[in-house]
Design a protein around this ligand. Structure first.
Ligand SMILES: NC(=O)c1ccc[n+]([C@@H]2O[C@H](COP(=O)([O-])OP(=O)(O)OC[C@H]3O[C@@H](n4cnc5c(N)ncnc54)[C@H](O)[C@@H]3O)[C@@H](O)[C@H]2O)c1
Length: 298
């Protein structure tokens, strides 16, 4: 039988802070395929996430679909993917109450914690499931330089930084995966603040990183373009319900995507079954990307 088997592999999923996002669905699918899973969580969301875990509030959603077993994180690391090194952090942020007890929360800090906990080459799979654009509600025409660069820094450069810093920690045959959105190459009105530009950069970087990391380490670098999904981040943009309704009506498969479907696609991409796939943007969107006009016109 040709199955997805990730036993003996370790994944780091960056961008999990509750059970309502795509990162959680991916973490669960990877664990269900046998991988051990560590997560990187943004410091402002870490306290609540740890409390949810402590109180057992995620037990139900952590259960495997098979009914047997459940997702349990091997480690929950603090990670602010805006910073490559501790020295990059502004002093006032380091003094912030959500940061000051946590030590080095930069990407290099994450790298050092992984090496300390598990040794020099502890990883097989790295998932980038994070994004932030402070001006996402503003049209590009009204977006400031600061807001645009911030969206790119958090949502695109952070993937470059993860591949740069964690590449040497990933064992041969390793796999990097990031999450993107169709706004990278089509106009999605309302997805503003430079977020569409950041996703375009993320997809372009996926191709270049695939070449460079492939030649340097033999790693694969891919991106999943997910259809709209009502995560915490997407709900904050304000019109996710309308987007889901619109794409559901107008997709070849007229139903919303699930985190399970995105997770299963990630588990496949992370597995040896996808050893020939790199530099790719894989749409998991019920086929919406293939449409050129709304479904009801004929
Ligand atoms: N939800 C959708 O409709 C949709 C569609 C396509 C792609 N995506 C992408 O999927 C990924 C996951 O988003 P989601 O929608 O599941 O929402 P989510 O809220 O579950 O995930 C976003 C995560 O990013 C984290 N984050 C923000 N800034 C950070 C930083 N500086 N450092 C570290 N972490 C930070 C947040 O704490 C959060 O956990 C994002 O890249 C998003 O753009 C989402």
């Amino acid at each position: 039988m040709l199955g997805i088997d990730l036993q003996g592999k370790r994944a780091l999923v960056a961008g999990v802070a509750d059970d309502g996002g795509l990162g959680f669905g991916i973490a669960k699918a990877l664990a269900e395929a046998g991988a051990s899973v560590c997560v990187g969580t943004w410091p402002p969301a870490l306290g609540i996430f740890e409390k949810l875990l402590r109180l057992g509030r995620l037990e139900q959603s952590s259960r495997f679909e098979s009914g047997e077993g459940a997702l349990a994180f091997e480690r929950v690391y603090p990670l602010d993917a805006d910073f490559d090194t501790d020295a990059d952090m502004p002093p006032e942020l380091r003094e912030n109450k959500r940061y000051r007890e946590l030590g080095d929360v930069s990407v290099q800090g994450l790298r050092d914690r992984l090496v300390k906990d598990f040794g020099e080459q502890p990883l097989d799979i790295v998932v980038h499931s994070l994004a932030n654009g402070p001006e996402v509600k503003k049209p590009l025409l009204e977006t400031s330089r600061k807001g645009y660069l911030s969206a790119s820094s958090t949502s695109a450069y952070s993937y470059v930084s993860l591949v740069q810093n964690l590449g040497p920690l990933v064992r041969p045959g390793g796999s990097f995966i990031a999450l993107t959105y169709i706004a990278a190459d089509r106009v999605i009105a309302g997805y503003g603040g430079g977020m569409s530009s950041a996703k375009a950069a993320l997809e372009s970087d996926t191709r270049t990183l695939a070449f460079e990391a492939g030649r340097k380490w033999g790693h694969r670098v891919n991106t999943i373009s997910a259809g709209p999904y009502a995560s915490r981040a997407a709900s904050a943009i304000g019109f996710i319900g309308k987007m889901i309704a619109y794409t559901t009506t107008n997709s070849p498969l007229p139903e919303p995507i699930t985190a399970r479907e995105v997770g299963a696609a990630a588990a496949f991409l992370a597995s040896p079954l996808a050893s020939g796939i790199t530099g790719h943007v894989l749409y998991v969107d019920k086929g919406y990307h293939a449409m050129g006009a709304p479904a009801e016109i004929p």
